[in-house]
Design a protein around this ligand. Structure first.
Ligand code: SF4
Length: 311
């Protein structure tokens, strides 16, 4: 069966759209209506009149799409597609963390499960985290979760009073500084571009640090011809599409038996699973209305602050 063709037909019949995160395989990115990072995709989906949103990504992303489009049907092709970073922060432990650090504004990165969003004051993304925190009064004490590397990156940039949850993404933590330096010596002209979820030693050798969307923009606007890319390798598909004349080298992980850095959760989604998911309209993201409403508030606060500071 030609799954791609069948998916295209079903999308029209069912008034559905497909969102693909940058970390999906190229084939899925190419069949999607929109490709991007998690918040931008959810915002895009909310602005359309589609009745069904199929999110080719991981669970917290589909939950975010549901928060922004509560009356639409949101589908996730593999319900087991979790996230090691989001899952490092359980509701019970996070409640305790907040209780142990009273009087702090709870700022959480969008890579959290919905129960954590519902406990937050403000959500941020890797694109806007520093600006959102800078926009708060200088004496405001902050509790940041769940990524400790992103948290420390923001702390260094803003100098704010922050306590940081000790969570990490297993992909971004695994890049090998030694292997990146080796690549740099083989390609001295290459620029190293790094996601802020990476550890400090890797961030220290970066020519650019930013979100996936920011990294993509950098490769487009920068005069460099060769880039060593320290984030999930799926983004390289878009980088090559936009810059066919440039060269992109995935930063190697510490485990040298694998030449790439691919998120096993993201890669649970396949074209065949998208076909079945759209055909059967399941697995569907179903969330208690109260939690949905509660989790929407800190996202609304982020959007309000973003408008105020002109992001
Ligand atoms: S790459 Fe890391 S942060 Fe992104 S979905 Fe996979 S485990 Fe989560």
């Amino acid at each position: 069966m030609d799954y791609v063709e069948e998916i295209r037909k079903m999308k029209l019949q069912k008034n559905a759209i497909i969102l693909a995160h940058y970390y999906q395989v190229g084939e899925i990115q190419d069949l999607a209506d929109f490709v991007g990072d998690s918040l931008a995709l959810s915002q895009k989906a909310a602005s359309t009149d589609a009745e069904i949103i199929l999110f080719a990504g991981v669970r917290f992303m589909a939950e975010t799409a549901k928060i922004l489009s509560p009356h639409k049907k949101v589908l996730l092709p593999d319900i087991e597609a979790g996230c090691s970073l989001a899952d490092s922060c359980s509701e019970e432990d996070f409640r305790k963390f907040i209780k142990d650090n009273p009087g702090r504004t709870v700022v959480t990165y969008i890579n959290t499960n919905i129960e954590i969003k519902a406990l937050s004051d403000i959500i941020c993304t890797s694109s806007n985290a520093s600006e959102i925190i800078r926009s708060l009064p200088p004496d405001e004490k902050i509790l940041f979760a769940p990524d400790r590397n992103l948290g420390n990156y923001i702390l260094n940039k803003t100098g704010r009073d922050m306590v940081i949850w000790n969570g990490t993404c297993h992909i971004h933590e695994e890049f090998s500084l030694e292997a990146i330096l080796q690549l740099k010596s083989e390609h001295p002209e290459a620029k190293v571009i790094v996601h802020p979820e990476c550890e400090l030693p890797v961030r220290m050798v970066a020519d650019y640090i930013g979100s996936t969307a920011g990294m993509l923009r950098f490769t487009e606007n920068d005069a460099g011809r060769v880039f060593i890319v320290a984030t999930e390798a799926g983004i390289i598909h878009q980088m090559k599409k936009i810059n066919p004349e440039k060269e992109f080298i995935p930063a190697p992980p510490r485990d040298s038996t694998c030449g790439c850095s691919e998120c096993n959760f993201m890669k649970l989604v396949t074209v065949e699973k998208i076909f079945r998911c759209l055909r059967d309209e399941e697995p569907e993201i179903l969330i208690d209305e109260k939690i949905l409403e509660q989790a929407g508030k800190p996202i609304g606060r982020m959007m309000e602050l973003s408008r105020k500071i002109g992001l």
